[in-house]
Write a new protein. Structure first.
Lengths: 339, 339
DNA sequence: GACTAGCACTCGACTGCCGTGAGTGCCAAT
DNA sequence: ATTGGCACTCACGGCAGTCGAGTGCTAGTC
């Protein structure tokens, strides 16, 4: 009973603070929400909530503001799932439908997510781990320069130019190409090493050095480079806020420019299947202590291959962001699985 | 004589304003620069400069601030070229030296430029117009899906998945592939149309529809998609400014997210060979009226193939940005030509 | 025991007022 | 043409006073 109301109060505080951006007081609270009790009672509840660490006052005689812990409780126990409007549903499928290739799907998704949530959106390229090799291509650019191209069944294309330690003739290259192709096609990207090693053994000592480079590079672009790319969009949404959040965007923008940081952010998120929320100090990076991440994995045929999400101020609209993220993740999974 | 001093005054005003960020008055001016005359004289000059539109006062009894026109005069007639420090030179070549492929060169360049100028950096991918086709690859993904890959001699790789109107057998596809390859290899990307048309005519009516799609797509990725990608970096530098500029970054960030806008920005810049400066309202986009662009074309073997540059507030350090942009453009050209 | 009404208290935000000083424009003198 | 000097403007910072939203506490009510 009592507990129930306190949680309701917390919820009301979060909602009001998110929408107005200003500390919320007991009186305003009873006016805007029909809580059925007087402001004095609310004050008692608020004092208790503050005691427990869910809310805080910026200064005496000001309203209360949720703490990271308050938001955490809000998302964990309180936020009902906001259903998508049909307009939004249509927007999503329309938006993603016209994509012509993987790059297009990614950039469309990011735009869509940024637009739906009005936050910064992140979308990670599907990992090659679960993917299989559809084709590899070796093109000689000059006597000692090769272009290696690896095409996965996700539609993803990885390429790399390499410098050989010694020249290789077109003829030998042709043999190598054929042999590699048959060894590798259909294999999982993550399991290329044994197959490639076998090919290496087959060929004689003469071209061994060149072959080593080729194989090492193939492994690298198949495994090491996996899931390295993350597309970013909607940065301008950070500047929408007129409060103290927008006052120093520098650390946030800095963090968002570092692919490494983004990978760490999404890496931990793409494991589970539900929507993950990381609030304020729960983030792994100091620059992002003032922001929250709402993320989700997405996949292809029931396997999670990468992550996506949005980043915004801790006082963001969690329910809305969560539904948007989940929906886009679902649509994206569907599209990938159809390919 | 008189003219000379006025210009010197203008230069001093721009320099001081850029470094302090605050309106500069006559007295501070004579103190910081050895102009050899009294502040009263400077005041007269300043009145004249204001009359002519080079400077303005934010309000009565405040110092002067350069107008867009003032900056324009500054860059056109006043700014001496700042030589690079040897440390900077080394940073540039070190930074660009380790690149493994085109993507890497691009992303390194953007980081470098952002770091050198402490502004937002833009680097456009080399255009395919002047490039020639090194190789094309057609991979069948399913009965009616093909992956087309086009590899240019710049090392750039373009790809696209297409849906065929009707199935095509591996055998026929093999013929088509061979024929297309020989028709196209070595040709200029911009001149593919006639060669491709000839191939289209050779093949009989049966597979005509499929071929049309293939050829159309090839043309598209060779020509229409040319120079469409622009990499962006150093956005966090926009938030460094603590003045009114940082107060509303939203329009700027918005503009920088639109590839179309960036293309328009760099498009006009990459024509000439020197460094181009576009100040405030000279920009083609309203959102960027508060910013300036310092850009330059860069090329490969004397031909301009794309542009790069930096975007920052109008009160930026033009000489420094200009030298940095020019140097990076030169180094980049050299690297491209070596490939 | 839970809720409420009321009261005293706190303290940031806003206002009006002044003194200060940086900066200007103009004029007479060199 | 340049300069010294002077009167004027006006943003800015500090200070006092008021206002009001918000709080905590206590005594009273159901």
């Amino acid at each position: 009973m009592l507990e129930d109301r306190r949680l309701a109060v917390l919820r009301a505080i979060v909602e009001d603070y998110v929408s107005t951006g200003e500390p919320v007081g007991s009186k305003a609270l009873v006016e805007r929400h029909s809580l059925g009790v007087s402001s004095a009672t609310i004050r008692n509840d608020m004092a208790a909530l503050e005691e427990e660490g869910y809310i805080a006052q910026p200064h005496t005689s000001a309203g209360r503001v949720p703490t990271d812990m308050g938001y955490r409780a809000f998302v964990d126990r309180l936020s009902g799932v906001k259903p998508l409007s049909s307009a939004e549903r249509r927007a999503i499928s329309d938006f993603l439908a016209g994509a012509v290739d993987l790059d297009d799907v990614m950039s469309r998704s990011v735009r869509l997510l940024a637009q739906l949530t009005r936050q910064v959106a992140l979308v990670q390229y599907p990992s090659l781990v679960q993917a299989t090799v559809r084709h590899i291509e070796i093109v000689s650019l000059s006597e000692t320069r090769l272009l290696l191209v690896l095409i996965a069944d996700t539609g993803r294309v990885e390429q790399r130019v390499i410098e050989l330690p010694a020249p290789i003739t077109e003829e030998v290259l042709g043999q190598v190409r054929t042999r590699l192709l048959s060894a590798v096609t259909g294999e999982r990207c993550s399991d290329l090493a044994p197959a490639l090693d076998r090919v290496a053994e087959e060929f004689a000592g003469d071209i061994q050095p060149q072959l080593v480079v080729i194989i090492a590079t193939l492994l690298e672009i198949a495994v090491a480079r996996e899931e390295q790319r993350i597309v970013l969009g909607g940065t301008a949404n950070l500047a929408r806020y007129r409060d103290s959040f927008a006052a120093n965007l520098e650390p946030v923008l800095e963090a968002l420019e570092e692919q490494v940081v983004l990978l760490r952010l999404l890496g931990e998120v793409s494991g589970g299947d539900g929507v993950t929320v990381r609030i304020g100090h729960e983030n792994p990076v100091e620059n992002l202590y003032g922001t929250s991440l709402v993320g989700s994995g997405y996949g292809r045929d029931e396997t999670i291959v990468a992550g996506l999400g949005v980043v915004g101020p801790t006082h963001m609209d969690y329910p809305a962001s969560m539904t948007a993220v989940r929906s886009v993740a679902q649509y994206l999974s569907r599209i990938l699985s159809e390919t």
